[in-house]
Design a protein around this ligand. Structure first.
Ligand SMILES: Cc1ncc(COP(=O)(O)O)c(C=O)c1O
Length: 415
């Protein structure tokens, strides 16, 4: 809950784009930080090993599947998910001596040059820059199947497409240095890949000797109902990029990768503010709390309830075209309902109006996805059943308000 200057309470269903897994001002985090700041330990230490860094890495590696952690190295990055992606791309390019990478339609990996090159959304790529070396493949977006099916064959066709792309000597795509992918696309519209699809992708990348880079900047640390979203599929990546929740609300990013890829020369990903100690202390404490309070399981349970309630709202709001996501990473795709000439099309205008009305009703949500038509819910993992009720009530009121405004605007337009 946040309070604005007018004294209005607002439910923060965005938690700083997922960077606050325990919400604002969690008392245990505040306490740990105050103690640390007064302890006389280094607050900023660059590459020195410190107790804070040691404990952080021990904790993180303890949470990762043993199969991955036992062979893993870690690179701290400048504190943003984007820089984590830059580091990951550099790492695999050094290791494979190849340049191209494969990314997916709808992907969001950040705003720096390399990360931006791997982004699906063309809007932020309109800068007069050169984005070379990235080939895009269709993501398994079942609701709007890129292959024109009703969604039932999307996963299979997406994998078949990739298999063909990687094995056809005339595909025009040289063997890539990596496949980089989000397990649940976030900014692309909250689109989860299925466990089967992920397993198939893992098999395919192994067969072709291509490092699999999982971007869990948004999904990492319990958000999707497991500590890391890839775990549910029972696979391990070659490279894992983490940020957002990793620093417990403070800026931190890291790349965890298989030791076989560790061939880049020392200092290849330097940067002054890598490995901020305060973020490591907050991050370590956050990991402790997520694990102790089983907040990953809570995210799954409470996220399930929120999804259920959103589905109930959909019976009164036919504009809710698709409700999807995993754990506490949920999206509602807003569409033009039945008898509208553009029936079924995304309605970014209404989504934006709902977001605005929700804010006026004390609910902070975001929009994303194609045409900005997906309402996005990314609340802290401490969300309770009671909060779900309040969120849905405020959303319901916001949708009714936004629809009325929309109808009035349509009527004015028609006159
Ligand atoms: C999946 C994913 N990767 C990378 C990024 C970029 O992170 P940052 O905004 O910290 O640079 C984001 C940000 O939303 C993200 O969702």
């Amino acid at each position: 809950m946040i309070r604005d200057q007018a004294g209005r309470d607002i439910i923060d269903c965005l938690s700083c784009a997922g960077a606050l897994p325990l919400g604002h001002h969690h008392p245990e985090i505040t306490e740990v930080l105050v103690r640390f700041i007064q302890s006389g330990q280094l607050h900023q230490a660059l590459d020195l090993t410190t107790p804070a860094k040691f404990e952080f890495v021990q904790k993180l590696f303890g949470l990762l599947p043993a199969e991955f952690a036992s062979r893993a190295r870690i690179q701290f990055c400048s504190p943003s998910g984007s820089d984590g992606i830059e580091a990951a791309l550099k790492l695999v390019r050094f290791a494979t001596r190849r340049h191209p990478v494969i990314a997916f339609h709808g992907a969001y990996h950040g705003m720096t040059a390399g990360a931006l090159a791997a982004m699906g959304n063309l809007g932020p790529k309109s800068a007069p820059m050169r984005f070379d070396g990235v080939h895009f493949a269709p993501y398994p977006y079942r609701y709007r199947c890129p292959f024109g099916t009703d969604g039932s064959a999307t996963d299979r066709l997406s994998i078949d497409y990739l298999r063909n792309l990687l094995s056809d000597p005339e595909s025009g795509v040289p063997q890539p240095a990596a496949v980089v992918v989000e397990v649940v696309q976030g900014e692309g519209g909250c689109i989860p890949a299925s466990d089967d699809w992920l397993r198939e992708l893992r098999t395919l990348t192994r067969q072709h000797d291509i490092p699999l880079v999982l971007d869990e900047v948004q999904t990492g640390l319990g958000r999707t109902g497991s500590m890391f979203a890839f775990e549910r599929a029972g696979i391990v990546p070659d490279v894992l990029v983490l940020s957002k929740a990793l620093g417990g609300g403070f800026p931190l990013a890291a790349v965890v990768y298989d030791e076989s890829l560790d061939v880049w020369p020392r200092g290849m990903h330097a940067g002054t503010f890598r490995g901020n100690q305060i973020a490591m202390v907050a991050g370590k404490a956050t990991m402790d709390i997520v694990q102790r309070d089983r907040l990953d399981a809570q995210a799954e349970e409470i996220g399930g309830l929120l999804a259920q309630d959103l589905r109930q709202l959909a019976s009164r709001h036919p504009e809710f075209g698709d409700i999807r996501g995993r754990g506490l990473m949920l999206g509602v795709e807003i569409v033009r309902p039945g008898d509208h000439p553009d029936a079924g099309a995304q309605d970014g205008g209404l989504a934006k109006a709902i977001k605005q009305a929700a804010f006026e009703n004390g609910l902070l949500i975001e929009t994303g996805g194609r045409h900005g038509a997906v309402l996005r819910f990314l609340p802290p993992l401490i969300l309770t059943r009671r909060d779900v009720g309040a969120i849905v009530d405020r959303l319901d009121a916001a949708v009714m308000q936004a629809k009325q405004q929309h109808r009035a605007a349509d009527a004015r337009h028609a006159q």
